[in-house]
Design a protein around this ligand. Structure first.
Ligand code: SF4
Length: 426
């Protein structure tokens, strides 16, 4: 029997609107070629591992893949192992609502490559891997073109990530490098201690490596000339919405988030942090500053910088149901909570959406699934579902009465043999 996975309500985009920014995206109008890149930045200087570590510590660089882990700490752990490390640029970007790594591939590929090549030289690493996105052919092609332009003397092996939401997880990427299925596995050792072939592995996403490139090319003072004392620099945001091309913008830390949001989506709630993120109201978004700890304190962690708005005509409760159905189909199917729990959770959320059941069953299943998976996939899905219930209690109540504030006339019920196909809203 074959089963089809529900599609993502936000498909992988054919087009990404990348806007010039103050640091990483400065000068993108000159194109992504190596010649344009060298005209803007020159050659990267040689740096020792100690100098690199100290510079990373001073700029307080956090990984931009979602977890926000300090990159200097990761490098420190790699250096402490005392053996030759493996370096990995993870461009999988399996999150459909995120397009920032795609934006970097299309506009700034040589910042990424300068970052990883300079680090490889300073750490005397002989093995560097670049994981390309399986579902974003333009980004993969742009990185291949950039590689062909260079002659660094550092061999970079390319791999293509499987088209699955969880393929970009660090442990899934290490599996891919070893020729095994690109799926998460249980392992309690951080990659920095024991990653590819048991060697210390410095693995990060494209934006992080591009920040390393910018640091070695421009130096600490330039990096810290933007942002705040606690959070120097900038971050990339992907502004997405169903039916809209994503827009990637560069925001200075400490600046009002509102200044970067799309005017057409003003007033609308948004899912911050992507499909594993948290719903938040427009009022919270409008008052927020671009800040990792600041957004976390507001209950809307920035994660990988996704702000997915529910535009007019899109109900956030219905959209959540579609996302959970998609996520349930993306599991590696290796852990019980994920294999059985997420489909059950998706059905329970669907019942809330179509008004045939209340949120109690959703809460019950969320508690059963939480903290039981080998990776963050079940917990991320639970976070999304709980934030929907907490942010939209009135909308959930309206659905229970067969209504929906975005679709006042008709309330469409998913295919279920025991339910009518269409019901009239209150
Ligand atoms: S929790 Fe899910 S996605 Fe993660 S390893 Fe287990 S089955 Fe795979």
């Amino acid at each position: 029997m074959t089963t089809t996975c529900p599609p993502s309500p936000v498909p992988f985009p054919d087009r990404v609107d990348v806007q010039p920014g103050p640091a990483l995206l400065a000068g993108i109008e000159h194109g992504p070629s190596l010649a344009a890149h060298r005209r803007q930045y020159g050659e990267p200087p040689a740096v020792s591992s100690e100098e690199l570590h100290e510079a990373l510590r001073r700029i307080a660089l956090r990984g931009r893949g979602g977890a926000g882990f300090p990159f200097a700490t990761k490098l420190e752990a790699v250096l402490q192992q005392g053996s030759r490390p493996v370096l990995v640029v993870n461009m999988s970007e399996g999150e459909p609502a995120s397009s920032k790594d795609t934006a970097i591939a299309l506009t700034r590929p040589h910042l990424v490559l300068d970052g990883v090549v300079t680090t490889a030289r300073s750490l005397r690493a002989r093995e560097v891997h670049l994981v390309l996105p399986g579902e974003r052919p333009a980004a993969a092609a742009a990185m291949r073109t950039a590689l062909e332009e260079r002659s660094d003397g550092v061999r970079i092996r390319t791999h293509v990530a499987a088209p699955r939401f969880v393929s970009g997880q660090a442990k899934a990427v290490v599996e891919l490098l070893s020729g095994r299925p690109n799926l998460p596995v249980t392992s309690w050792q951080p990659e920095a201690v024991s990653g590819h072939k048991g060697r210390p592995t410095l693995l990060s996403n494209a934006e992080t490596w591009a920040r390393v490139g910018l640091l070695v090319l421009r130096g600490v003072s330039s990096f810290c000339s933007l942002g705040t004392r606690e959070e120097p620099g900038t971050t990339l945001l992907t502004l997405s919405a169903p039916g809209h091309d994503p827009v990637v913008r560069e925001a200075e830390y400490g600046a009002r988030l509102r200044a970067h949001l799309l005017p057409a989506l003003a007033g609308r709630p948004a899912l911050v942090g992507g499909f594993h993120g948290s719903w938040t109201t427009w009022e919270t978004l409008a008052s927020a500053r671009t800040s990792v700890p600041g957004m976390r304190a507001l209950g809307a962690p920035l994660g990988a910088g996704v702000v997915l708005s529910a535009p007019h005509g899109t109900c956030p409760v219905t959209l959540t149901g579609e996302i959970v159905a998609f996520l349930a189909g993306q599991s590696a199917g290796r852990c019980g909570p994920c294999l059985n729990g997420l489909p059950a959770l998706a059905r329970a959320v669907s019942s809330v959406v179509d008004g045939t059941d209340g949120p109690a069953r959703v809460e019950q299943l969320a508690a059963l699934v939480e903290r039981r998976g080998a990776c963050a996939h079940p917990d991320g899905t639970v976070r999304l579902v709980r934030s929907m219930l907490a942010t939209f209690p009135e909308e959930v109540g309206l659905h229970a009465r067969s209504g929906c504030s975005e679709h006042r006339r008709l309330h469409v019920v998913p295919d279920r043999p025991d339910a009518p196909a269409v019901r009239r809203a209150s």
